[in-house]
Design a binder for this molecule. Structure first.
Ligand code: ATP
Length: 214
């Protein structure tokens, strides 16, 4: 059977249980062979007081250690500057071949902003898009995407066919955890217990991360 690979990009500064739970739910619901977390590069002026790219990558590696079906892909950090998603998908296609089914995970807000992305119409030539919906989502669907949905949406993401080109939705119960909040707690000297894996928490403490207010 064709391989089915999910892709979740993010800053992961730091990775937390919200990311991990979402990744796991999608992997199980869609029967993915693998879900890759793809840490993004950031413009240099935003690098502090968060963690460095290497530290963010190390935290993702710690978080997914021993979790079947989750993997980390560091290709965006291999480049000097932030990558466009279309370039990341092109690079994955070049490596994995034309047949593999790639599924790009996007939150509702990110999906609504899609028409502003670099070469956004090419994204669907390279991957399927799975839009993760939350009960509290606010953004309005832009006109440009209404046509896209009429032409490309499928009811059930489990039934994505072919390597790319379709859009589906999945309802998720979100854990209201954000990296911003975790950084703020660290800066205030408060506990971050139970918001993220303890291995990541130990890394943050050992490296003295996020002590300065953002
Ligand atoms: P920040 O607070 O620094 O903006 P964040 O916690 O939102 O960070 P990102 O690294 O920006 O984390 O998120 C990566 C991806 O994970 C995005 O697609 C985002 O929508 C999703 N995500 C973030 N937090 C959650 C959560 N609590 N539940 C489900 N998905 C999440």
């Amino acid at each position: 059977m064709t391989q089915r690979i999910g892709l979740l990009g993010g800053t992961f500064d730091p990775i937390h249980h919200g990311h991990l739970r979402a990744a796991l739910e999608v992997r199980e619901a869609l029967g993915l062979d693998e879900l890759r977390l793809i840490p993004s590069a950031r413009p240099p002026h935003r690098e502090r007081p968060g963690a460095s790219a290497e530290q963010r990558l190390a935290m993702v590696q710690l978080a997914i250690a021993g979790i079947a079906g989750l993997a980390v892909d560091d290709r965006e950090l291999q480049r000097e500057k932030p990558s466009y998603t279309v370039d990341t998908l092109l690079s994955l296609r070049a490596e994995l071949g034309a047949e593999v089914q790639l599924i790009l995970l996007l939150g509702w807000d990110a999906f609504c902003g899609l028409p502003t992305w670099h070469r956004w119409q090419s994204l669907l030539e390279l991957a399927h898009v799975l839009v993760l919906q939350r009960p509290d989502q606010a953004a309005e669907l832009p006109e440009a995407l209404k046509d896209l949905l009429a032409a490309r949406s499928v009811q059930n993401p489990q039934a994505f066919t072919g390597p790319a080109g379709q859009v589906a939705f999945m309802e998720q119960t979100s854990l209201a955890i954000s990296a911003t909040h975790i950084r703020a707690l660290c800066a205030a000297g408060q506990s971050i217990d139970f918001l993220l894996p303890s291995s990541v928490q130990h890394f943050i403490q050992a490296h003295g991360l996020y002590r300065d207010a953002p």
